[in-house]
Design a protein around this ligand. Sequence first.
Ligand code: APR
Length: 264
Amino acid sequence: MVAELPAELIGQVEQAAQLLQSAKRVCILTGAGISAESGIPTFRDKQTGLWEKFRAEDLASPVAFARDPKLVWSWYQWRRQLVHDKAPNPAHQALAQWQAASSSLGQHITLITQNVDDLHEQAGSDAIHLHGHLWKNRCSQCDSIYEDNAKDKPLDFDEQLITCPHCGGYIRPDIVWFGEALPAAAWQMAEEAAANCDVFMSIGTSSLVYPAAGLAQLAKQNGAKIIEVNPNPTPSTVVDITLAAKAGAVMPVLINQLTDKTDK
Ligand code: APR
C-alpha cells in the first residue's frame, strides 16, 4: 500500500506512523475535506446551481434565518438532498478501523469533527460534533428538538417551513451558525482531548474557523506533536508533520501501518 504513494510522501507517512505508534492519547479534528472524496463539496468550494450567488457564510447565520427563514431552510433542504446518498470514503473507514482497534493498540482516540454530515457515524466511528448535525432539527424559538415522526416517509426535502408544535416558532437545522456558541459539552470534551493528547491530527480542514482551529495550538502548548493531512497549505503554524495528500489516499496507508503489523 505504501508503495502506491508518491515517493516524497512515503517518508512523512512513515514518520507519522512512528509518532502515532508510540502515542497513548490521540486527538483527531476533521473538516469538510475528509468528506470531499465522498462527493460532498467543502465549505470553501464555490456553491453551485441555484445557490451559486450565495456564500455559505451569508446563509448559515441566525440573522439570515430571521431575515428570510424560507431561503435558509431551502438551502439546508438542498444540502440534505446533495448529501443524502453520499457514503463514507476510505478516509472515514480508516479512522473507524483505527478506533475499533484502539483498545488492542493501547490507545485512546478522540475524534472531533466540524462536519455536519454523518459519514463518520456511517463508517462506524464515534465523533464529537462541534458544529451540529445536518440531519437534526430544532425549534428556532423554544429550542426543543423537532423529530419528524413519520419515519417511514421517504426522505422529505420539502422547502415548506415547519412550525414548532410547542410554540409555533420556525423549525431550523440543529447546526451551529456563524456567530453562535458551540455546544458547551462538545466543546469541553474537545478542549479536554486536545489539551491531553500526545499527538493531534488535523484532517481536511482549512484551520480558518475558530474556536475549532485553536485546538491544534492548545495541543501544541501542552506538548503534543501535530500532524496535518491536507493536499493544500493551511495557515496553521504548529504542524510538525504535513501529509500533503488527499485523506482518502493517505489515511488507509497510514492506519494500515498502525493496525496491521504485517503490511509493511
Ligand atoms: N483530503 C483532505 N483535505 C482536503 C481534501 C481531501 N480530499 N479536499 C479538500 N481538502 C481540504 C482543503 O484544502 C481545505 O483546506 O479541506 C479543507 C476544507 O476547508 P473548508 O472548506 O474551510 O472546511 P472546514 O475547514 O471544515 O471549515 C470549518 O467553517 O464554514 C465553517 O462551520 C463551517 O465547519 C465549517 C468550518
